[in-house]
Ligand binder design. Structure first.
Ligand code: HEM
Ligand code: SF4
Ligand code: SF4
Length: 505
């Protein structure tokens, strides 16, 4: 059942991605950088917020006027900053939503990856109050509506004895102290929690990508500036607690919850919000496929080179003092709780070489459920039944195009992640005559299930990262499937056939 939901999510994401893929290559497609895009929007919010703060008056009487001054008299800078502040906050909600859907659809939230998933929920609970308190500070009619509705929500929690809504009975009762508290929450308290929360969110990831590529940042900023100039954010009429606002333009990104208070009751809104959050929190523990065995270090073959530590995307490998008395000072050690069994460490290990002739093929680090020795056996077996020219496909097991390739009867060696394949295996396949060409099928959107598999593979084959592909291998005999233009249309079988024909003498 849950797999069907994942598939539906992936299909929806694919439908969204395809038009974007026409405009951007996969490295620059914003949909491949949703977490980082969210961080970028926060930067815009921060910088524009600092400008607004300089002119903002934190008092009931001064707030509205100071925002009006920025919007109307200083429209060329203050007005633009205000609009940027609002639109970047809204855009962050969109990217967060897509980020959640994507991590879920691509199954990146279960097993050892629960940590980033679960720490994402408090971020949502920080971001909404952050946006909502921002609307208060304008102190216009919308702020009045937001303030009274929020007070109703808070008053419905039984632990509070004093009524907060009482503060909004009249202008006289609304104190500057109360207003300053809101300003403190919006400007200092919640942003500090947010920064800490984002740090915690990516804490366990190795080399988290918190900045999108520069061109995306520049294009996004220009688009936001244009939007801000064309449709500047403006206030409603000044708040007047003696009057009930008649027409409001709600910001549906942040304020969608408030109409629910009128439709249901504050109590049911809480049940709804806490219910959704709880379901998301427990999602990683929903019945799932069994956890595979984590990577295993075999000391006899580990020379302590640290490549696996550098390449593991999840910080699951560390170096510890040598325990077997050999002359090497350190050895690799895997934390099974962090290991996703992606095999990228095997792809980086210099001892994972299929050319080894003495003894069995046991590298310094290996996946017990999909060992380096098994991969070699499968290559050798596929090399025996030859068409000419013969192409062996190495495919990520999660690749959406794999079922079609298998159904077409093409020779496939499956890897957990393309990063599991050491470049020496490509060399072995070609130089030992097991195939005339090698086709790598995986991560067709350039967005690896295990974060760095595609990147490391490209760099290893381009001889920019250890372990490098030997120079004797002709690159024309290696096709990197996800770089091909067809990768977004998904006709892998045709592409493999075209590659095969290109190898004909
Ligand atoms: C303020 C909001 C958020 C920001 C700024 C943010 C940012 C990020 C960043 C920068 C990464 C690292 C991406 C990478 O290097 O591969 C990441 C990963 C992740 N995020 Fe978020 N995120 C946010 C909210 C959420 C939420 C609400 C959820 C889910 C409930 C979530 C789930 C995840 C997961 C599961 C990963 C790890 C993916 C993996 O292991 O490959 N995030 N996030
Ligand atoms: S299998 Fe993947 S997650 Fe586990 S140690 Fe190796 S690189 Fe890290
Ligand atoms: S890459 Fe291989 S040899 Fe190097 S530290 Fe890791 S397990 Fe040991």
């Amino acid at each position: 059942m849950i797999d069907r939901v994942h598939r539906a999510g992936r299909a929806a994401f694919g439908a969204l991605r395809r038009p974007m893929a026409k405009a951007y290559d996969s490295a620059e497609n914003p949909l491949n950088h949703l977490g980082a895009m969210t961080v970028f929007f926060f930067w815009i919010v921060l910088v524009s917020g600092i400008w607004l703060l300089i002119f903002f008056r934190t008092s009931v009487s001064g707030a509205f006027q100071s925002v009006e001054y920025l919007t109307r008299e200083q429209w060329y800078l203050g007005g633009i900053m205000r609009s940027l502040h609002r639109y970047a906050s809204d855009a962050a909600i969109v990217t967060i939503l897509l980020h959640i859907v994507k991590e879920f659809a691509f199954n990146r939230y279960r097993s050892t990856r629960w940590f980033s998933w679960v720490t994402g929920i408090p971020l949502i609970w920080i971001i909404f109050p952050l946006g909502i308190t921002g609307y208060w500070l304008v102190w216009d009619e919308l702020a009045q509506y937001v303030a009274i509705s929020s007070a109703e929500l808070i008053d419905s929690i039984p632990i509070f004895t004093d009524s907060m809504a009482g503060n909004f009975m009249s202008d006289d009762l609304l104190s500057n102290r109360f207003f300053t508290l809101m300003a403190f929450l919006h400007l200092i308290g919640l942003p500090i929690f947010l920064v800490f929360g984002i740090w915690l969110h990516v804490f366990r990831l190795n080399g988290p990508r918190i900045n999108p590529p520069r061109r995306i940042m520049a294009a996004t900023l220009i688009a936001m500036l244009v939007l801000s100039a064309l449709y500047p954010a403006i206030s409603h009429e000044q708040a007047d607690l003696a009057l009930i606002p008649q027409t409001l333009r709600l910001d549906w990104f942040y304020l969608h919850v408030f109409p629910l208070i009128q439709i249901w009751s504050p109590g049911w809104v809480w049940v709804f919000l806490v219910g959704i959050s709880s379901v998301i929190v427990i999602a990683p523990w929903a019945p799932s496929q069994k956890k595979e065995k984590p990577a295993l270090v075999t000391l006899d073959y580990c020379n302590g080179c640290e490549r696996c530590v550098d390449d593991c995307p999840f910080g699951a490998v560390g170096m510890v003092k040598r325990t077997d008395g050999t002359s090497y000072s350190h050895q690799a050690s895997v934390d099974p709780d962090l290991c996703t069994s992606c095999g990228i460490c095997v792809g980086s290990c210099p001892t994972a070489t299929p050319f080894r002739t003495s003894g069995s093929l046991v590298p310094g680090i290996d996946l017990p459920d999909r060992s380096a020795a098994t991969l070699r056996e499968e290559i050798v077996a596929l090399g025996e039944s030859k068409s000419s020219p013969h192409v062996i496909v190495f495919a990520c097991r999660d690749d959406g195009l794999l079922p079609k390739v298998e159904a077409a009867g093409l020779p496939v060696v499956k890897v957990n992640c393309m990063g599991q394949l050491p470049p020496s295996y490509v060399d072995f396949t070609l130089s030992r005559g097991h195939a005339d060409g090698v086709f790598l099928l995986g991560c067709q959107d350039g967005n690896c299930s295990y974060r760095f598999g595609a990147d490391w593979t490209e760099k290893r084959l381009a001889r920019q990262r250890d372990p490098m592909l030997r120079r004797r291998v002709e690159l024309s005999r290696v096709a990197i499937g996800w770089q091909a233009p067809w990768s977004e249309t998904g006709n892998a079988v045709e592409a493999i056939e075209a590659f095969r024909r290109s190898l004909e003498p």
